[in-house]
Design a protein around this ligand. Sequence first.
Ligand code: PLP
Length: 450
Amino acid sequence: MTKTPASTAALQLADKKHHAHPFTDPKALAENGSRIISRGKGVEIWDNDGNKYLDGMAGLWCVNIGYGRNEIAERVKSQIEELCYYNSFFMSATPTQIELAETISSLTPEGLNHIFFGTSGSDANDTASRLVRHYWDLKGKPTKKTIISLIHAYHGSTITGASLGGWPAMHKMGSTLQAGYTHIMPPYWFEFGRNQSKEDFGLKAAQALEDAILLAGADNIAAFIAEPVMGAGGVIPAPDTYWPMVQEICKKHDVLLIADEVITGFGRTGEWFGSFTYNIKPDILNMAKGLSSGYAPISATAVSDDMYAVLSAGGEISHGFTYSGHPVCCAAALENIRIMKDEKIVEYVRDVAGPHFQNKLQEFADHPLVGEARGVGLLGALELVRDPKQGEKFAPEKRVAIRCVEKGFENGIIMRAIREVLEFSPPLIITTQEIDLLFDRARYCIDEVA
Ligand code: PLP
């Protein structure tokens, strides 16, 4: 029997009554009702009233292979029939967990061969935070506890993720942890460095890391965490000079490097990991979103051989989640990776979609309201300003970027806003014609709003 679809009004009513939304103002929700999304195929999604949208954000930076892949549904179904659940606690493992750990190890940068599973980017960052501190305890350096991260960075919503992140509103809500976290200037040239060359500014931003280490004393610093390219915080690729110097500083001061590749992993930058794009050799690499293309909640923390040797000599690792390596999520991830390999999706981003996307993005560089167009692979951002020459910003109450996003919905495209930055992160299978459509409509929206 087919179910009659519920009316949008009925769904919105029930939603308002019972559904507490993440990152949503309940007052606005009560006034307007939510946008009910009911179906997706390829790069497109449909709302409950049948309106179609080109999803320029791949959901939340995650549906990399696009919506509606039946192969994943089949693989998940057969995994549920075979073994719906078993854990990896107390010396157990399932074949699917093992196969995925081995597969991920074959994709990560050299030496990152030990895979700890979770279910979200946030819990992966919790895992990394506990592991680096535990590592230093085992090395006989128990004061090395503080983790340095970047202003504007997003590392998740658990208390650790929000503490690592550099969002003041998140620090305020629920009193995130103060002790053990330090936030420094990010390599965000447009915001912090426009009076100098990008190369010089990259060195200055890296120097901010060394300054913070020296201020606290290297004996107190466990790790530095950053995304190869900051994603949700505004899509901020670092100047070329940044990562080489950051890595030297970490080595010099015995500070571990955690690459948060929750967004940049699995093809987004045109390589399997952003660490390849920027020649980063982290001690820990975290991944989530693109690992299963959002088809199932799964994350992984890849730990280096050197670190793992120390951790495993230290006895039981007292950490784990009921759903660490959930077999159904592992099956979804394995099928996602198979599709990515068979369809050469990473190569497609590197050679075709990424260059086309970046060319189209750069066409905004001389737009009268765009201060900077920046990105890498299929990640992009437009920094909206009132006057690009003077760098004069829009008054915050004008909410220009968010109004562009709203205009985008009216015109069948999905973008995202943070501050006055418009962000783009479409499914990796997007065609060049769809990229043209996305940016043509984005231009129309900016012109209409500003
Ligand atoms: N790290 C980064 C870089 C992210 O972009 C996100 C989410 O957007 C997270 C961590 C948190 O992931 P999750 O929402 O799966 O907990």
